[in-house]
Design a protein around this ligand. Structure first.
Ligand code: LLP
Length: 430
């Protein structure tokens, strides 16, 4: 749960605002974001990593207001498409504090990044290096570049969000020699400035040995570059991926612990290798945005289904589902939930919260004890939906995407309005 969430007479409140009022004013499903919580987590990373740069990974959640908060709190911003860059620019985010990712950036995206003067472009293919060199020459600018490398580690997370084993689409392999070759090509290109190496091993990671092994391998490459090319890269980015608690079983590390661990490894390894310590940067997305938000749903129907081995399962259907949170269907992600609109003394029964989509995999919360008397009209709140829920939201079954409302000091402000049927029909030319 976000920091400013509480319960008063059984009704969930956030920063002093009751969820039943939010539902009345903005409708459901609704993403409810605790602005102070989001800002506080951003500041916590900034302070813990003082002397390093913290790039908030906008793919977790991005809106013009969120980009402004990130700028105001003194962080930098990681974008990975022209669309995310457009949001940052609309928010007047300082371009020199923007890092541009993507394994297949289009020429138009690269051109725009150079034209607006983003601070770093993280390259991910040989074609991209050549394209950037040509574009920089054409535009009469220099392209500031980092090289995304694959350290060859297993990240202990879901396969779809692991990004540093050899057989996947991201990065230049260190082991296979492509990373050295990429740096060689960059150094040979007059239009490109080499800033350093970048490694991101995956997302929702708790076991820190993956980070450690990756950091050591990347630093060895950093030292090899210094030896062979006589170039000491000024920067090193170790990516994001810090896990958050979706259920009580998850045990995340604090930004301070992460910062201490990373500094020790980087400083120790650099001393051993006899190279200068580069300026460090990281890219947390989920750990800043994730806990800030809960999704508010209204219950529409309920069902008791007899189980083969005896007993029954309580199905509670809400007015959203895999269109506003696809993570359970995509990664078997676990969430929890609570009855948010009233007190109940009814006996808790094992329940499954499901959505309204035409798929049996449309599960919101797989197993949760909810009061036996939950009924249509009750509100349910699912915490930890601030990262990769609105940003992965879709229109499956022609369901409009929900609104995002930010609450702070007793006031609610709409950040992203709810889509309407007219929005969806406007795309359909008949
Ligand atoms: N940096 C790079 C280069 C990344 O690719 C990512 C995430 C991040 C930073 C931020 O990672 P975070 O700190 O948020 O874990 N849709 C998936 C997560 C995909 C992550 C993609 N890259 C999910 O819902 O779990």
């Amino acid at each position: 749960w976000a920091e400013n969430v509480a319960k008063s007479d059984g009704v969930v409140t956030v920063a002093g605002v009751r969820v039943d009022e939010l539902a009345r004013e903005f409708g459901t499903p609704l993403y409810v974001l605790d602005e102070e919580d989001f800002r506080h987590r951003a500041r916590a990373f900034r302070d813990a990593f003082a002397g390093a740069d913290v790039y908030y990974a906008g793919k977790a959640f991005l809106s013009v207001a969120a980009a402004r908060w990130i700028a105001e709190e003194g962080l930098s911003l990681d974008v990975c498409t022209g669309g995310e860059l457009a949001v940052a620019l609309r928010a007047e985010f300082p371009p020199e504090r923007i890092g541009m990712h993507g394994n297949n950036k289009s020429v138009a995206e690269l051109r725009r990044a150079l034209e607006v003067g983003v601070g770093r472009i993280i390259v991910d293919s040989f074609e991209e290096i050549a394209r950037l060199g040509a574009l920089a020459t054409e535009l009469g600018v220099r392209a500031p570049v980092m090289v995304r490398v694959t350290a060859g580690v297993e990240a202990h997370t879901h396969e779809y969000i692991s990004t540093s084993h050899e057989d996947q689409k991201f990065g230049f392999s260190i082991a296979g020699g492509d990373a050295m070759e990429a740096v060689r090509q960059i150094l040979a290109d007059d239009g490109i400035d080499f800033l350093g190496l970048h490694s991101h091993i995956g997302s929702q990671i708790f076991v820190t040995d993956g980070f450690e092994v990756a950091a050591r391998r990347v630093l060895r490459l950093h030292a090899q570059i210094a030896r062979e090319f006589s170039v000491v890269a000024p920067e090193l980015d170790l990516g994001g991926g810090f896990g958050i608690a979706y259920t009580t079983q998850d045990d995340p590390s604090s930004p301070e612990t992460l910062a201490r661990g990373m500094r020790e490894i980087v400083e120790g390894e650099c001393a051993a290798l006899g190279v200068e310590v580069p300026r460090l940067s990281i890219e947390p997305g989920r750990a800043i945005a994730g806990p800030s938000t809960f999704t508010l749903y209204e219950i529409g129907t309920t069902k008791r289904v007899a189980l083969d081995g005896g007993g029954a399962r309580h199905y509670v259907a809400v007015d959203g589902g895999m269109s506003d949170n696809i993570r359970p269907a995509l990664y078997s992600a676990d969430y929890s939930c609570t009855l948010a609109s009233r007190e109940s003394t009814a006996e808790p029964v094992l329940s499954r919260v499901v959505g309204k989509h035409c798929e049996s995999g449309d599960i919101v919360v797989k197993d949760e004890y909810l009061p036996a008397d939950v009924a249509p009209g009750d509100l349910l709140a699912v915490p930890g939906t601030g990262a990769y829920c609105r940003s992965l939201a879709n229109n499956y079954n022609h369901v409009p995407r929900p609104a995002v409302v930010a609450v702070r000091d007793g006031e609610a402000r709409l950040l992203l309005r709810r889509e309407t049927e007219d929005d969806l029909l406007a795309l359909d030319l008949g």
